[in-house]
Write a protein that binds this ligand. Structure first.
Ligand code: KIV
Ligand code: ZN
Length: 528
């Protein structure tokens, strides 16, 4: 059995299914490039049949991202499988089709309304069809952990017989516990005759907070591929956090039979931050490996021990996961070249036009703030809407607020001619309006609503300081529902939190205008 555990990242598929975490093409490309630098083995880039936007994202990732295998998800239908194979085609031999079909009694009876033999037939047909199109086929019996083990073994064996190269065992609803899940994997090794012809993978959800523990137990039982997401993002309570799986295997090799992964762990923190920014899902401070406090020691006893010998209270070297990589901060005197170099280091590739735009914003912030750190740059990059065409730019705002006055805001916006189809040299349209609110932030957003003629309902609002210091940038992350029930994330940063809020709101507006359209009525796809 191989001593390498393959790391399968599904941040762009299962992770993106998290409400409010939708990313546009530009954001997905940034994430995929960073996952390649992290050196995961497989990137599940999306579910191509679900929409044109998903198809193009998978196709573009398959075209441009070198290194990892690029996978596209498909149900066991000809339409899904053909779409997934076509989308991953540009990756050549690195293209994988991931076919799934629910196998548990609950799903068979209530969701699919199909008997065992029908499910078996569909799985075999699906895997065969995929194998006719690509060499690398993964089969997932959805809800495997609640499937009768005998049927799971039967369908697994049949899928391998017709060409599945990876068999993935999903704990779809996070129901498993470690001993039982490991026993299920052992059962498959003992009862599936051709199991050695495929890689055994696991895919754990975190509903009971056990996704990482279950994945690690499965590795001990022989699984050699682990699926998960960076920061553990995903539907409901999320997926297994890959950074935790990777660092557990690396920190406790004696427990896991000295298996290794190919992950470049020094890219972990950078990946975590990028994905948090792109998905709008904040990382809790106390989150293992990537939370702000993961390596902070505040109690006197701990600090004393650390000063004497770091190993007293530290089981991993923070540098190994990419903490403390920040180099000299930039200042308002730094040039364009230095700024571009730092952005490249952070994983952002800007066009010439975007560089000019960003450089102006960088100088503006540099004038208000002594040092511009890596985290400031990353916050500002979202602020200038790199992920979406910037339809409206904030030209000016003014607020009056206080304990004895009705807070009122005046906002002036500039509409970018390039996003309205007008000639690039056409004069930009300027809009201005004012509105009262129950606070300065509320008033600023209401003024924007009046200009845009649409009403956003704010469902989440967070503000946090990007770095320490009184002149720190405030970064606002918010989620807005523009009336269709879809949550759109916006981010904005400024040394002034009202300005940051207005920018975040405009960022959400830009994103809602750039997100791919929903599938036509009747074509809704139920994602697993
Ligand atoms: O959770 C699940 O079962 C899935 C499958 C598609 C692998 O995401
Ligand atoms: Zn899943």
């Amino acid at each position: 059995m191989s001593d390498q555990v393959l790391i399968f990242d599904t941040t762009l598929r299962d992770g993106e299914q998290c409400p409010g975490a939708s990313m546009n093409l530009r954001e997905k490309m940034e994430v995929a490039r960073q996952l390649a630098r992290l050196n995961v083995d497989i990137i599940e880039a999306g579910f191509p049949v679900i929409s044109d936007g998903d198809f193009h994202a998978v196709q573009q990732i398959a075209t441009e991202v070198r290194g990892p295998i690029i996978a596209g998800l498909a149900r066991c239908t000809a339409k899904d499988i053909d779409a997934a194979a076509a989308a991953v085609k540009p990756a050549g031999d690195r293209g994988r089709v991931h076919v799934f079909l629910a196998t548990s009694k609950i799903h068979r009876e209530h969701k699919l309304k199909k008997a065992h033999d029908e499910i078996l037939r569909l799985a075999v047909e699906g895997v065969k069809r995929a194998r006719g199109l690509v060499r690398d086929v993964e089969f997932s019996p959805e809800d495997a952990s609640r499937t009768e083990p005998e049927f799971l073994a039967q369908i697994t064996q049949a899928a391998i017989e017709v060409g599945a190269t990876t068999i993935n065992i999903p704990d779809t609803v996070g129901f498993a516990v470690p001993d039982q899940f490991a026993a299920l994997v052992e059962y498959l090794f003992a009862n599936v005759k051709n199991i050695a012809d495929a890689v055994v993978s696991v895919h754990c959800h975190n509903d009971l907070g056990l996704a990482v523990a279950n994945s690690l137990a499965a590795v001990r039982a022989g699984a050699r591929q682990v699926e998960g997401t960076v920061n553990g993002i995903g539907e409901r309570a999320g997926n297994a956090a890959l950074e935790e799986v990777v660092m557990a295997l690396r920190t406790r090799p004696e427990v896991f039979g000295n298996v290794t992964t190919g992950v470049n762990s020094r890219e972990i923190v950078k990946s975590s931050r990028l994905i948090s920014r792109m998905s709008g899902l904040l990382v809790p401070r106390s989150k293992a490996i990537v939370g702000e406090n993961a390596f902070a020691h505040s109690s006197g006893i701990h600090q004393d021990g650390m000063l004497k010998n770091r190993s007293t209270y530290e089981i991993m070297d923070p540098h190994d996961v990419g903490w403390g990589e920040t180099e000299l901060p930039l200042t308002k005197h730094s040039g364009r070249h230095a700024m571009v170099k730092r952005l490249e280091h952070l994983g952002y590739a800007l066009s010439a036009e975007e560089t000019e735009h960003f450089f102006r914003r960088f100088k503006e912030v540099g004038d208000r703030k002594k040092f511009v750190y890596d985290d400031d740059l990353a916050a500002l990059i979202e602020d200038i809407s790199l992920g979406a065409p910037e339809t409206y730019e904030l030209e000016y705002f003014h607020v009056t607020s206080g304990t004895t006055t009705v807070p009122t805001a005046t906002v002036r916006l500039r509409r970018n001619p390039a996003t309205t189809g007008a000639a690039p040299d056409a004069e930009a349209e300027i809009f201005q309006d004012s509105a009262p609110g129950n606070g300065a932030v509320d008033a600023a957003m209401k003024a924007i609503d009046r200009i845009l003629g649409r009403q956003g309902h704010l469902t989440e609002y967070h503000v946090q300081a990007v770095t320490g210091g009184k002149d720190a940038l405030g970064e606002v992350t918010l989620k807005v529902d523009f009336g269709d029930g879809k949550l759109i994330t916006g981010k904005g940063a400024s040394t002034d939190v009202i300005e940051a809020s207005a920018r975040a709101y405009l960022h959400a507006v830009g994103r809602v205008l750039s997100l791919p359209a929903k599938p036509p009525a009747g074509e809704e796809v139920n994602t697993p």
